[in-house]
Design a protein around this ligand. Structure first.
Ligand code: SF4
Length: 241
């Protein structure tokens, strides 16, 4: 089962509790949501004709490889980039369920640590691959930032399944985010395990919240869960992808 891959490149992880770690990123094509603050909108195209592959880490120089690609082909490029951690991102990686399972299994047999970055909605698909994932970075989409309504029920089911491995939750906040929305995130986490970390990530750009609002949002989360951290997008500050 080949898959549709948007790009493969090496960088420094810029988000979440593994911020600063050297990783290879495999960005799969396609997504099931349409968020206001999507910063990877090109990756939402489900069938890109070619994947952009970086061959020398950090060079930014890429070659075009025809899609769809075999899992073993993707693993081979990850070997070339020589990072021990491979983060599979998107788009939404779980929309390509069969290919994702094959890719994760191949990466694990090649000795890589596997991370999955996901919008936290496709819980049935997650159940089939969670055994192959070392770390899950799960987004919670706030109703104020998602064009297609609330996802609290899917997020809760997703988190229950994700908690079989290491998981943390990330929520993107803007100047319009309310304490009630963050309380809802924290309540959802606490209903599964209050020790699961929550990363509050201010949106980059003109909508970024004030420091005072970020502290109020963090206090609202900490009322119900053990660990809520404010971490901005560090890769953008460093001029990295
Ligand atoms: S889930 Fe991610 S890739 Fe999909 S629209 Fe939202 S931000 Fe963009």
């Amino acid at each position: 089962m080949p898959g549709w891959v948007h790009e493969i490149f090496a960088s420094i992880q810029g988000e979440g509790i593994y911020c600063g770690q050297a990783q290879t990123f495999v960005r799969l094509a396609g997504c099931n949501l349409a968020c206001d603050y999507c910063d990877t909108s090109a990756a939402r195209e489900p069938n890109p004709p070619a994947c952009l592959v970086e061959l020398v880490p950090g060079s930014g120089s890429v070659v075009e490889i025809a899609n769809p690609m075999a899992a073993e082909q993707v693993t081979g490029y990850c070997r070339e980039l020589a990072r021990s951690v491979v983060s599979i991102t998107g788009g939404e990686p779980l929309v390509q369920a069969d290919f994702l399972e094959r890719l994760l299994a191949d990466l694990k047999s090649a000795g890589f640590v596997t991370h999955l970055e996901t919008n936290g909605t496709l819980y049935r698909t997650l159940a089939g691959v969670v055994r192959l994932i070392d770390v899950i970075a799960m987004d919670m989409k706030l109703p104020s930032a998602a064009r297609d309504g609330e996802h609290w029920r899917e997020h809760r089911r997703f988190l229950e399944i994700a908690s079989a491995t290491e998981v943390f939750v990330k929520v993107v906040v803007s100047a319009d985010t309310t304490e009630d929305e963050i309380r809802r995130c924290a309540d959802t986490i606490a209903s599964v395990d209050r020790r699961i970390p929550l990363v509050i990530q201010p949106v980059t750009g003109p909508e970024t919240p004030s420091g005072e609002l970020l502290m109020r949002l963090q206090d609202a989360a900490c009322a119900n869960i053990a660990d809520a951290r404010v971490i901005p997008q560090c890769h953008k500050a460093l001029g990295l992808r």
